[in-house]
Design a protein around this ligand. Structure first.
Ligand SMILES: [Ca+2]
Length: 280
């Protein structure tokens, strides 16, 4: 539909669900790029990548908070990284009014959906792959400033896409890899020492795992070296569906002192544990 430039608000019926993106024309009839996708269902705000082949779905409350802070979520194709095992690469970033990238860990989960190949077309809700894929052959990686961290993600062989639920912003890559077919801990981030002082650098400890059998994860706790329970592990910010995280606080909310801690959790019937160093 085309609206007059004096239209500040426009209401559409909530049923059936429809998706829109907004384009603008200036006085010289120059058309803007596709904007964010808008849904009339109020459940999710969708942003489509600049190449129209990847999408990010944000809860409306997250989108509103970002925009209130003057930040616009954008998804940008990164062909420079698409070499070797990396099939596609996208940057999900927040841009301020001066178009600078603002680094931030989001308050809630968002879902990034990316294609498994450079070919095949994309419609609003699904990819149309040009080949069939295996659920075990691809994984999403996140570059955390030091290394590519394997997040995993859910591969959809029928639509030729992979989706990951995360709170991170930055560079994501889809790589062709061999995925674990039974539960395994992939890695911890940072490797050993985290510094939860709110400076945005290693403020949270994440344990990433692959859980293709969907084992129940439970009894996820942090203990001090005397064996006293300090806190419960929560869903991590790297991949909320396949990581556990600790923000360095006790269960009551106060900061835990610097020191060595033991984390432990149960996947199915088996216990996993390790140590982490909290530095202040
Ligand atoms: Ca820190």
């Amino acid at each position: 539909m085309t609206l007059s430039s004096s239209t500040l608000s426009y209401t559409v019926a909530t049923s059936p669900v429809k998706w829109y993106f907004v384009k603008t024309l200036d006085a010289d009839n120059v058309r803007s790029d596709s904007s964010i996708w808008l849904s009339n269902a109020d459940e999710v705000v969708r942003t489509v990548a600049d190449d129209n082949r990847a999408i990010v779905d944000l809860p409306p409350v997250v989108d509103e908070a970002l925009r209130a802070a003057g930040l616009v979520p954008v998804m940008e194709s990164q062909p420079a990284f698409e070499t070797g095992a990396t099939v596609v690469s996208y940057k999900f970033v927040l841009r301020d009014a001066a178009n600078n990238e603002v680094k931030r860990v989001l308050e809630q989960d968002i879902t990034l959906t990316m294609p498994l190949s450079k070919t095949g077309s994309f419609t609003i809700s699904a990819f149309s792959p040009s080949a069939s894929y295996s659920a075990y052959d691809y994984a999403v990686y996140y570059y955390n400033g030091v290394e590519d961290v394997k997040l995993g993600g859910t591969v959809n062989p029928e639509s030729g896409s992979v989706a990951v639920v995360t709170r991170q912003t930055g560079l994501f890559k889809v790589k062709r890899v061999v995925r674990a077919q039974s539960f395994s801990v992939t890695q911890t981030v940072p490797r050993k020492t985290f510094t939860p002082n709110g400076d945005g650098v290693w403020d949270e400890f994440n344990i990433l795992y692959e859980n293709p059998e969907g084992l129940v994860i439970g009894s996820a706790k942090v203990y001090d070296l005397s064996g006293a329970e300090i806190a419960s592990l929560k869903a991590g910010t790297y991949n909320s569906e396949a990581s556990l995280g600790w923000d360095g606080r006790r269960s009551g909310g106060e900061k835990a002192p610097a020191g060595i801690y033991v984390y432990q959790f149960k996947a199915g019937s088996k216990y996993y544990n390790g140590t982490v160093v909290l530095a202040r």
